[in-house]
Design a protein around this ligand. Structure first.
Ligand code: URA
Ligand code: SF4
Length: 229
């Protein structure tokens, strides 16, 4: 059941008190707190996260800052084993300030569930933190301007495995022009962390037949992580 429907049911049952209509705002970003926030981190790491989040929220390092509604920092468990990295925010993400919350996001959430995990157990970030207009691919200078933020997120999370979600994320992280079909099904590494390339859920929405391949990618990622342990 989707959330809107769930709320309608609850309302019909007279249960409204637990739903805060105006969620408290985060002091730094002005947005509602990350609904997928996982475990607490140690105080030192918490300070580093806060500083990083404040920098991104105020960032004007590239032209995307002029058209964004909100920055999309990333969300989830800051000590996750699994880090998912997408390309950049789309319309819904830009509006809500959260990654992967549109249609593709729902499918990514399903992919995460298929791994036996919830969104509060993984971390999800993007290559660029601001939406490229009309969902165009981010330009090289935008990717370069934004890269330091992602690197700092990776250093703080120290994931056991990184999933590059879709072609743009994969090509950027691996610094290659190779097509996605050549990149999936292999264990790459990013600074000694295993990195697996998976189909982008937006692509799967267009091409349902490819879902099987996506499931193979996830099983491959699971085996890779198991072999690390
Ligand atoms: N696609 C992405 O790559 N990232 C998002 O956050 C949403 C859709
Ligand atoms: Fe800054 Fe990244 Fe947004 Fe560009 S995309 S303005 S570098 S946060």
């Amino acid at each position: 059941m989707d959330n809107a429907l769930r709320l309608q049911y609850l309302e019909a049952m007279g249960i409204t008190s637990w739903v805060s209509r105006e969620p408290p705002q985060d002091e730094i970003t002005g947005l509602a707190p990350d609904p997928f926030d996982g475990l607490a981190v140690n105080p030192q790491a918490a300070d580093a996260w806060e500083a990083l989040q404040a920098e991104v929220a105020a960032c004007t390092k590239c032209g995307l800052c002029t058209t964004r509604k909100n920055t999309v920092f990333g969300s989830g468990n800051k000590t996750a084993d699994w880090l998912f990295i997408g390309e950049g925010p789309g319309q819904h993400e830009d509006e809500q300030g959260l990654p992967f919350v549109g249609n593709a996001g729902q499918l990514l959430t399903e992919m995460i569930r298929a791994l036996g995990l919830g969104r509060d157990e993984v971390y999800i970030a993007n290559i660029v933190k601001c939406r490229p207009p009309n969902n165009r691919d981010p330009h090289a200078d935008e990717v370069a301007s934004c890269h330091d933020y992602l690197q700092r997120q990776i250093a703080l999370i120290q994931p056991k495995i990184i999933l590059a979600v879709g072609r743009i994320a994969a090509q950027t992280l691996l610094n290659t022009d190779a097509p996605l079909s050549k990149l999936r099904g292999k264990v790459h590494t990013l600074d000694a962390t295993p990195l697996i390339v998976v189909y982008h859920p937006a692509y799967l929405l267009r091409s349902l037949l490819e879902k099987r391949k996506a499931w193979q990618d996830l099983q491959f990622a699971m085996r890779t992580l198991q072999e690390q342990q």
